[in-house]
Design a protein around this ligand. Structure first.
Ligand SMILES: Cc1ncc(COP(=O)(O)O)c(C=O)c1O
Length: 390
């Protein structure tokens, strides 16, 4: 007899409802239905050609082995230069780890920092993996309900109120998934002040930097050299499937993060690292900035369209590619609403329940990761659905 039982921790690791939406959307497409995809959290654009070319060139010489656990020195040097140019901060390449996506960076950061029972504060709504990963590494996620009035971000005040005897740190993401909202310099500075007073840690997820449309995206490293900062080649750089990101850790954590990289991953994908050497070059950046303009146009159109239909929206979200819309004018159950919208109108969106429990049944996440024409079609279908015509 074998023990047919998964770990207790797995009881509290949830799956994504958006996967259900995507699976159902695929089934409907298989049956010949046309589906407007606004559920997907990845750019619809392909990887920029200079990055693909660099990857192919590397693959063609066939020498695809592990890299050192921390990642290619040449790529870490480029990232270090990027921090100097973009944020005017000096980050030694010795503190930069190349990881399998921001997901890899999150696991290394949390495994480096957490002791059993350590509580970690995070915004609700927020990126769903954070609480699951904190649990997996023995910590206790503590969701802090944030509202439109706080721009759906943790503030020093809300974090301070939630800070308890076992709280050890805070996780933030700016721009945020699912809300697209950002923390500005002043808000981040207040949060850093709190974390320092409490002698806690700050993990700053900056994966949507570059996809900020009005205000500059502030890196936590501009304010706090001890922050754990993660970013990725997935979103702005359009490289989701290459599974590549990075983590910057303070000096005291370099050795621990290195040992974790060795044990968890050996190294990030080698061909992806070589391809990403082209990511910061001028021809690639030109393509990426054009795409950012396109995302901004889509955001403006979707925002106006949803507001006209009667969804309650805050200020225009200034980053990422999401609009988190309050649908309480139409339903008290956003999950059922999303499923019916998919079935009857052929529009796929993500219900709020994927991002936490804070009024989740009143919210829907719309991703503008599809063309202007498809967004227009999606809005028309939602209009018809709300009018009872579908
Ligand atoms: C806020 C946030 N962090 C991290 C990730 C993980 O991204 P990846 O592992 O592709 O870099 C995502 C993906 O959607 C995200 O939205």
């Amino acid at each position: 007899m074998v023990l047919k039982k998964v770990s207790n921790k797995m009881q509290s690791v949830s799956s994504f409802f958006v996967m259900e939406v995507m699976a159902r959307a695929k089934t409907l497409e298989g049956l010949g239905r046309d589906i407007v995809h606004m559920e997907v959290g990845e750019p619809d654009f392909s990887t920029p050609q200079p990055i693909i070319d660099a990857g192919i060139e590397f693959l063609q010489q066939g020498d695809v082995h592990y890299t050192r656990a921390q990642g290619l020195p040449s790529l870490r040097n480029k990232i270090s230069r990027f921090y100097r140019q973009q944020y005017s901060v000096l980050v030694s390449p010795d503190r930069i780890f190349i990881t399998p996506g921001a997901s890899g960076a999150l696991t290394v950061a949390l495994a480096t920092l957490l002791n059993s029972g350590d509580e970690v504060l995070m915004a609700d709504p927020g990126y769903p993996c954070n609480s699951n990963l904190v649990t997996l590494f023995g910590g206790k996620p503590k969701a802090v309900a944030v509202t439109l009035a706080d721009k759906f971000q943790l503030s020093a005040d809300s974090a301070s109120r939630a800070w308890g005897a076992t709280t050890r740190g805070v996780m933030i993401a700016s721009p945020s998934n699912p809300t697209g909202t950002m923390v500005n310099h002043e808000q981040l500075s207040a949060l850093v002040g709190l974390v320092s007073d409490k002698r806690g840690f700050l993990i700053s997820d900056e994966i949507y930097h570059g996809l900020n449309y009005e205000e500059p995206a502030v890196s936590a490293l501009e304010l706090f050299d001890e922050a754990f900062v993660l970013n990725s080649f997935s979103k702005f750089f359009g490289m989701t499937g290459w599974r590549l990101g990075w983590l910057i850790v303070p000096d005291y954590a370099v050795s621990a993060a290195n040992r974790l990289m060795q044990n968890l991953y050996i190294s990030a994908p080698t061909h992806s690292q070589f391809a990403a050497l082209a990511a910061f070059d001028e021809p690639t950046q030109r393509i990426l900035l054009q795409r950012r303009d396109e995302f901004r146009r889509r955001r403006d159109m979707l925002y106006e369209g949803l507001a006209e239909l009667g969804f309650v929206l805050g200020d225009k979200p200034s980053g990422a590619f999401y609009i988190y819309a309050n649908c309480s004018a139409f339903t008290t159950d956003s999950y059922t609403f999303a499923m019916e919208l998919l079935e009857r109108a052929g529009v796929a969106i993500t219900p709020g329940v994927d991002f936490g429990e804070n009024n989740a049944n009143q919210y829907l996440r719309f991703a503008y990761t599809t063309s202007i024409e498809r967004i227009e079609l999606g809005l028309q279908r939602i209009k018809d659905f709300l009018a009872g015509h579908l």
